[in-house]
Design a protein around this ligand. Sequence first.
Ligand SMILES: [Zn+2]
Length: 361
Amino acid sequence: MAAQPLYLAWANPVRIHWGAGCFQSLAADAPVVVLADRAALRYENETLLLERLGHHCKAWSWFQGGLATLTLAQTLCDELWPVLRQYPDATVLAIGGGSTLDLAKVIRYRLDDTRSAAAAWRRNALPAGALRHPLWLVPTTAGTGSEVTRWATLWDTAVAQPAKLSWSPADGYAERALVDPELSFSCPLRQSRDCGLDSLAHALESLWNQHRSPVSEALALEAARLVIAMLPRLQAADGQRDVRTALARASLLAGMAMSHTQTALAHALSYELTLKEQIPHGEACAVWLPMVWELALGATPDCDAALARVFGVPASAGVQTLRGWLQALGIAPRDLRDTAAGRATLDQEMRSARGRNFIAS
Ligand SMILES: [Zn+2]
């Protein structure tokens, strides 16, 4: 890394429980309000959890799929905030993919005036009097890494100019994350592929990032190599347990790296594809990765060295290797540099909040 002395401020307050079966140890001795993804929680797990929570379970809402929109956040708050108001010490427990976990990160800040919520979320500002409830996150996809970051993505779609919002209070981390790879075993193949691509995007975006450190680099490299080795094996009938456990591990490690660096240019470019073309988040990031990799080349010697370690080939040759790897998974990489309009979009996103994290912005 940099030759000058480096002050390495590394902290992530989330208490992580990791391992197959750890979800079955989840219990509560205080009130809990649950938000769960209907498609992600198997019936037997739902029944067992209800038994373990017993009378401490004060409310249960289902996330029925789709984007984490402002409208959906408002609906869920209308359901759950009255219960949270009744039990001020209640914990919010979320079980699901990135959208479910992100919605829970919003719901856990209970506002006095429900009608002011949308304005607060749009401004990314907590009004006075907001009450912060403890939050436990259980990811069922591998993954978004949302369980170990403090920010949530909300989509403002009920307006003339739909937009992606980031909700990121300074104390927005969860108290606990339970990462049980077994919960991801039933995730459909296509969704698992897209979530794995999201993990790879988080890892690579941490490497070509202005805020990278030796710790984030080590986590990101391990995560990237795991995804590259394991994602092509996702469709094979054998070894699924090992493959999916490795992808859950990669998701967690990439999430930890990203919790310090944030994401960068590929994510900045992805949001438009999700909003306008309804492309799932992981794929919408992945299509930009080869172009962004090429743009990162030569930015700093240490970034080039890290990128060379991803595939074990020189960083300049890695672009083509990554392109071929993505194409084999059915992804068609895109490039904005061929047209004047594309170059203008690239220039604009380089100057966006996420784009400015990019090492060559
Ligand atoms: Zn992402």
